[in-house]
Design a protein around this ligand. Sequence first.
Ligand SMILES: [Fe+2]
Length: 306
Amino acid sequence: MRVINETTITDAALDQMSSTPDPRLKQIMESLVRHLHDFAREVDLTPEEWLAGIKFLTSVGQTCTEHRQEFILLSDTLGLSSLTNALHDKRATEASTKSSLLGPFYRHDAPMMKLGDSIISRSKGTEIVFYGKVTDAAGKGIPNALVQIWEPDETGNYDLQNHDPSIMDLRGCFHADAEGGYYFRGLCPLGYMIPMDGPVGDMIRAQKRHGYRPAHIHFVIGAPGYRELVTALYIEGDAHIDSDTVFGVVESLVTKVNKKDPDSPLPYLPSIRYDFQLARETDKASGRVGADPSQILKKTPVATKA
Ligand SMILES: [Fe+2]
């Protein structure tokens, strides 16, 4: 009979899982168990601490609704989402704009708009025009690329957090023109504190972290034959640009607001210009590290017996 102790338990667990037919599932679970056991041995985990961890994760799950995703927030604040983005970018075979977090506030059904429209329906704040081009790795415009945008309001909240979530604000989808050009009006991006009224907020406070994200606006950009780009633009000079609670800032995504811009399609407004570069698609891998909370809760139909 096998002796189970603090060192032999790892091989015993791996042996039992060795019959897993899916090779990728087998690899992921074996590695997870190995690292999890090493972690427990390294910190000499006590039963009380193990139970505190179980209670914390239970609370994270119980906080999730169709409008809130506490697990994504946890992944974001632990740096796991940003790491997953960096690994995704590394797999691209052509130059492209860097990824940034999709986060927990994306909605899959934002309204389709016309170039130049405003995504502001209820909010008040400084209006600004965002414009630029969506190009391939060689800098050639990608006609008709789909540009999805969402941003928080002047109080630092997304529509999902702020009021009746069935009313959308500060979201929109646009098709680029024949040269890959896009432009739309929105709010000058602002920073915010991540939701602090749940278990992730408790963790952030216990670690004496500030909980802020620097000013930003989110983008998902796609076109047939290209890797979907999930990213965000950040604003130079923000007080939290170097200490983002969710580690989303990449230097190449930091932009600045131009007060006067004669090249802007709407020169009477302040502007941010940014050109996005998409890499050609070599596999069907998604770059979405985050999700619309309602889509995660969506039940998969279970086959019933006849
Ligand atoms: Fe955000």
